[in-house]
Design a protein. Structure first.
Lengths: 396, 156
């Protein structure tokens, strides 16, 4: 089954929209209210909104971050300030406002908001709480609005949940039993936020979870992804996300939705995505690899942005430059579309070729005496996870 | 007896004869924890030697030589010679991989609590691999006056 590519919007989201419109690097967008004011969301073109998912980002009812204060549906806006004990009373009001905002804007899908559950509270209590405060009031509003939009149930999948078999199975049973939803907007909370995800067990369990949803005729939207989108494509998602550049900054991090910790985020340095090495590299490494392996275009891809970035006269290398972002969109979308065109075993074989090519790339880089430390440690982890999943599917 | 922490290792290395020999040349500048380039070296030295200068970076680690090698390689973006400085009691695993240091042209030094320095691989002089970072580094180190910590985040 083919999957679509949606851009997970964030800082400078206009670059994503330009990239989709001008360079066909995506099929839709996932809108971030943290980064875009309500009036600017409403001002987006109808054709863009028709292919958009609005991410309510209601992960922490107590907090409002950045531009989220331009919306009227966050529980922290309850009179007298947020109070856990009064959430029951106010959640129908806020869910109604949130759903109405989505309906009014005619987005491609309607998303039932979720909050972020960090610890493994009693699963039955959690389901009851979530149904009461999020699912039921949202579905009631949707029923009343008579819309026929596809409904997405949103959930943040943590490592704790995934590695607890009973817990994750109970969640799967619950989610697949929710009437009227057409899919799940799944956000991945990775075990580590530094570098690539290199935990094969986490990745394998994640693929199994996604595939279970698929087998239950639910669309799966995978949000907040880095280049692991390539690997996760094996699990039959309907939509995978690509984020605006720089390795991990678009990755889901609960701290980014808690205002008092927002300032801890460290600004990354100028980096470029290597479609061969499947990761981001700082500028000095780009220059060095390019100098020592000059003739192999597969390392950096060939597009107008890579040419600009390697121009000796290119000035002002910083996160604020557009080129690394648009370069990433072009290169990762090429790789994803290549995989999307294939099914099952063929997709697995192609992914395995991509990983093998990356492994040989790292060897080649080491062969020209460039020390990269353990930067490639994620590749065997991806390969192990892919192989376990492929084996379970009977592809190998 | 091994060092208890990296700070202690850096302090003893700074007071070693080896380090003093590098900085005793007239016009030499040394700085600690130079931030904002491509990693944060524990110590850097710029040493004028006739017409050209030689720049050094040192990454101190009690153990974990792989991490140190990776970091020291990053510093070669802006210095001529980059070294890993390890606790002499814990240097054995790194010594079994000296060829990796040679291939990357990263120096390997160990030091004991008495301040005695053992040089296992002395790298040859190389131009830094990022000329842009090199010129920024030289400029900022020279401009940093008597400060021991400078902070440069962006480079262009």
């Amino acid at each position: 089954m083919k999957f679509k590519i949606f851009h997970q919007l964030g800082h400078n989201d206009v670059w994503s929209i330009q990239s989709i419109n001008q360079e066909n690097t995506g099929d839709g967008i996932i809108i971030s209210p943290k980064n875009r004011k309500a009036k600017n969301v409403e001002g987006l073109g109808a054709s863009i909104k028709a292919k958009a998912i609005f991410d309510p980002q209601m992960f922490f009812p107590r907090y409002i971050v950045k531009k989220m204060n331009t919306y009227d549906f966050y529980p922290s806006l309850m009179p007298g300030g947020y109070d856990t004990d009064r959430l029951n009373e106010y959640s129908p009001i806020f869910m109604e406002k949130c759903i109405e905002f989505q309906v009014r804007n005619n987005f491609g899908f309607l998303v039932i908001p979720t909050r972020f559950y960090d610890n493994l509270t009693n699963v039955d209590e959690l389901i009851e709480y979530h149904n009461k405060n999020f699912v039921d009031p949202s579905l009631t509003t949707i029923n009343n609005t008579k819309t026929d939009k596809e409904i997405l149930f949103q959930w943040v999948l943590t490592s704790n949940i995934l590695t607890n078999k009973d817990y994750s199975e109970t969640l799967l049973t619950w989610i697949t039993g929710i009437q009227k939803i057409g899919g799940v907007y799944l956000i991945i909370d990775p075990p580590s936020r530094y570098g690539q995800i290199d935990d094969p067990k986490f990745l394998y369990l994640l693929m199994v979870f996604v595939n279970e949803l698929f087998k239950n005729d639910l669309k799966v939207v995978l949000g907040y992804l880095n280049s692991e989108s390539l690997l996760l494509s094996l699990a039959n998602p309907s939509i995978v996300s690509i984020g605006s550049a720089y390795q991990n900054i678009r990755r889901f991090d609960p701290k980014n939705f808690m205002s008092d910790l927002e300032q801890d985020v460290k600004t990354p340095t100028f980096k470029m995505y290597s479609p061969k090495l499947l990761d981001w590299f700082d500028f000095p490494y780009m220059e060095l690899i390019k100098e020592r392996i000059p003739d192999d275009i597969t390392y950096w891809g060939e597009n107008r942005y890579s040419k600009i970035m390697f121009d000796p006269n290119y000035q002002g290398r910083s996160i604020h430059k557009v080129e690394p972002h648009k370069h990433y969109f072009i290169e990762i979308s090429k790789q994803l579309r290549d995989l999307s065109a294939l099914d099952g075993e063929r997709r697995y074989n192609r992914l395995n070729d991509i990983i093998e090519s990356a492994k040989s790339g790292y060897e080649q880089v080491r062969g020209v005496n460039i020390e990269l430390g353990n930067r490639d440690a994620f590749l065997p982890a991806w390969q192990t996870a892919a192989k376990s999943f492929a084996s379970e599917q009977g592809w190998i | 007896m091994p060092f208890t922490n990296e700070k202690e290792l850096v302090e003893i290395f700074k007071n070693s004869q080896y380090f003093e020999n590098l900085v005793e040349i007239d016009g030499s500048i040394s700085r600690e924890e130079v931030k904002g380039f491509f990693g944060v070296p524990d110590l850097v030295i710029i040493q004028p030697t006739g017409e050209k200068q030689i720049s050094y970076a040192f990454e101190a680690k009690l153990s974990n030589w792989k991490r140190a090698l990776f970091q020291a390689f990053r510093y070669k973006a802006f210095v001529n010679k980059s070294f890993v400085v390890m606790d002499h009691d814990l240097v054995k695993p790194a010594l079994s991989q000296t060829d990796r240091f040679c291939r990357a042209n990263i120096g390997l030094i160990s030091i004991d609590l008495s301040g005695e320095v053992h040089c296992h691989y002395n790298p040859y002089y190389e131009p830094p691999y990022s000329p842009q970072l090199e010129s920024k580094f030289n400029e900022k180190i020279r401009d940093s006056g008597e400060q021991h910590t400078i902070d440069l985040f962006q480079f262009s």
